[in-house]
Design a protein around this ligand. Sequence first.
Ligand code: SF4
Length: 65
Amino acid sequence: MKLHLDTELCQGHSRCVMVAPELFDADEDGYSMLLHNGDVPASLHNKARLAVDNCPEYAIEVLEG
Ligand code: SF4
């Protein structure tokens, strides 16, 4: 699975970081950034989908998988 984060849409709630800290981190301004270039190992697919579902701005999408 691969994720894409639209930084124009991200408002920095950090909900993604809370539900999937293995996949997201906050930058110095509090906006989210993808770890591992957005690549998601199979063991974290559920967490990735949880992050997508919990982003109020629809800023995260699944590109593959
Ligand atoms: S939940 Fe969405 S809008 Fe909020 S920080 Fe994460 S990607 Fe950005």
